[in-house]
Design a protein around this ligand. Sequence first.
Ligand SMILES: Nc1ncnc2c1ncn2[C@@H]1O[C@H](COP(=O)(O)OP(=O)(O)OP(=O)(O)O)[C@@H](O)[C@H]1O
Ligand SMILES: [Mg+2]
Length: 250
Amino acid sequence: MTLTETRRQAPPAVVARALTKVYGQGDAQVHALSGVDVSFATGAFTAIMGPSGSGKSTLMHCLAGLDSATSGTVHIGDVELTGLSDKQLTLLRRERIGFIFQAFNLLPTLTAEQNIRLPLEIAGRLADQQLFDRVIATVGLKDRLKHKPSELSGGQQQRVAVARALISKPQVIFADEPTGNLDSRSGAEVLSFLRTSVRELGQTIVMVTHDPVAASYADRVVFLRDGALISELAQPSPQTVLDTLMKLEG
Ligand SMILES: Nc1ncnc2c1ncn2[C@@H]1O[C@H](COP(=O)(O)OP(=O)(O)OP(=O)(O)O)[C@@H](O)[C@H]1O
Ligand SMILES: [Mg+2]
């Protein structure tokens, strides 16, 4: 069986059912998510888009166990997040989930290599050296491993953050506007590394973005408006993403 066939038969990496999130109380209530049903295929790259305030970050935080939903369920693989204790959630995030944020969140006193290895060390796991070499080659950081973050460009720093997320082979990587702080060339670099990690390492990625070009690197785009999933697109191009966004806003 090829890698693609294997992935197609795998159960989804992440499933949300009837997910709602209400912030605040009384008059100040905000329905950030109002009944989202969505699943993210294993080994696929999915983008989440929608206007500012449509609930993208809230959805991602609830899917990743960083925030708790008001109602509904989230499964990461066969584990249901609802009802897990804080301690169990921390373990689950550590063992099954990778994160990439807009701010690179690297530790300034550690080298690139130390930053990449840190999550595994915290989890008391050994890095698979073959995977480490492959990830470093994939993100093109071989001659930058001994550098501190301050000695790297923004794009290189974000590639370190991507490598750090990939190295523990998480069941899913969540990325919230990973290219939001990068110029378009560095952004393109990071996006093609994400794309390559899906194709060659079989990584599952869910990425929030505002940028139609960034979204076009994904296999699928889902669109949120007012906390609800209202549309989706397979094999997106920058133009079809833009067309869909215009329709949603019109
Ligand atoms: N901690 C909070 N307390 C109260 N309201 C919140 C909180 N976090 C988010 N919201 C509200 O929930 C809604 C969804 O916010 P969210 O951050 O998910 O939007 P978003 O789609 O990620 O927006 P952006 O594109 O601007 O990042 C917004 O109306 C926001 O004001
Ligand atoms: Mg957001």
